[in-house]
Design a protein around this ligand. Structure first.
Ligand SMILES: N[C@@H](CCC(=O)N[C@@H](CS)C(=O)NCC(=O)O)C(=O)O
Length: 207
């Protein structure tokens, strides 16, 4: 049985949606950020990074969203969550998900987690101030170019859609108004939100 370690509306939501899309059996284990459970010894024994998400499998624990999304797509091929037999198309999936992980997510983290990158309160305030600008710039490329429509890669819902939806849920918190500034991303968010899998999973992610 797979176990997904998650915190509500964190990046774990993307893999939670992907798992639900497959119809597979899995358990969802809450990691409570309010009590700093991600830093407690019991969770560090699962994921030494002290972050969510983690996916416990029969072969070991996986971390990092792009790796976990690709694993879910490959392990449950009938769900057709990625083009598994086309190396170029699969690389495009990884390209998009890597961009979300390494650029969009990191830009976003300069808001709430600025103290990771600086000690000086003035520097921290400056990192926070700049965050909405860098998040919007990263999303603008998605809005203008990467999001093909209706789904990220075109006609097929894939793991990219679950991941983009997850990051797009953070936009208002980052002082961005998607309906005005990123209308195509906002429309995509509504489209993903109407899927049955998302309705099921969001019950775990209410805050
Ligand atoms: N690159 C990692 C990022 C993991 C990450 O930063 N997770 C955040 C939640 S979205 C976290 O656990 N934050 C808790 C903390 O920093 O203490 C991934 O995509 O899985």
């Amino acid at each position: 049985m797979l176990t997904l370690f998650y915190a509500p509306q964190s990046c774990a939501l993307a893999s939670h949606i992907a798992l639900e899309e497959t119809g597979a059996q899995y358990q969802a284990e809450l990691v409570d950020f309010n009590s700093n459970q991600q830093r407690a010894a019991a969770y560090l024994a699962i994921n030494r990074k002290g972050r969510v998400l983690a996916l416990a499998t029969e072969d070991g624990v996986l971390t990092e969203t792009p790796a976990i999304l690709a694993y879910i797509a490959q392990r449950f091929p009938d769900a057709q969550l990625a083009p598994l037999h086309d190396p170029f198309a699969f690389a495009r999936i990884q390209e998009f998900n890597s961009y979300l992980c390494a650029t969009v997510h990191v830009n976003h983290a300069h808001g709430g987690r600025a103290a990771r990158w600086a000690d000086d309160p003035i520097a921290i305030a400056e990192l926070r101030r700049k965050m909405p600008e860098t998040v919007l710039a990263a999303f603008q490329l998605i809005e203008d170019d990467f999001l093909k429509g209706p789904w990220v890669t075109g006609d097929q819902f894939t793991i990219c859609d679950a991941y983009l939806f997850t990051m797009a849920l953070w936009l208002e918190r980052d002082n961005i108004e998607p309906e005005i500034q990123l209308p195509r991303v906002a429309e995509h968010r509504r489209r993903v939100n109407s899927r049955r899998s998302v309705k099921t999973v969001m019950a775990y992610h209410a805050r």
